[in-house]
Write a protein that binds this ligand. Structure first.
Ligand code: DGP
Length: 116
């Protein structure tokens, strides 16, 4: 299975990549919602959170420690930031390759707007 993010990870399409190791890759979102908006993605295609297994626990842990390091690198750790993982239709997931959004660099407001 391949995805647009798998092509970015393999270097087949360009991206502003900020980190890569044997488990995860991080690159800037093409349509940033905040001064810092980075996607942290497993190198292996896992479509959604629903597809995670215990075998993926090291990878998921690495996504968090890389988020922490990138937040420090971006200078947003002290003021704070938000980590988001969307899942399926109600979560408004658009790319079916698990990814964590790292957002910061401005006050982000409340987590969700209330329904009308
Ligand atoms: P989500 O709704 O959680 O599935 O977010 C998908 C994000 O992926 C969205 O913020 C835009 C970003 N994105 C989609 N295609 C590309 C791409 O080709 N390159 C980069 N850098 N980001 C992309």
């Amino acid at each position: 299975m391949t995805t647009i993010f798998a092509k970015i990870i393999r270097g087949e399409i360009p991206s502003d990549m900020v980190y890569q190791d044997e488990l995860v890759t991080a690159f800037r979102d093409i349509s940033p919602m905040a001064p810092t908006h980075i996607l942290i993605v497993p190198n292996k295609v896992i479509p959604t959170v629903n597809d995670l297994t215990e075998d993926d626990e090291l990878t998921v842990g690495r996504m968090f420690t890389v988020a922490k390091k990138l937040a420090e690198q971006e200078g947003i750790a002290e003021d704070g930031y938000r980590l988001i993982v969307n899942c399926n239709k109600h979560g408004h997931q658009e790319v079916f390759h698990l990814h964590m959004h790292l957002l910061g660099g401005r006050p982000l407001g409340r987590m969700l707007s209330k329904p009308n």
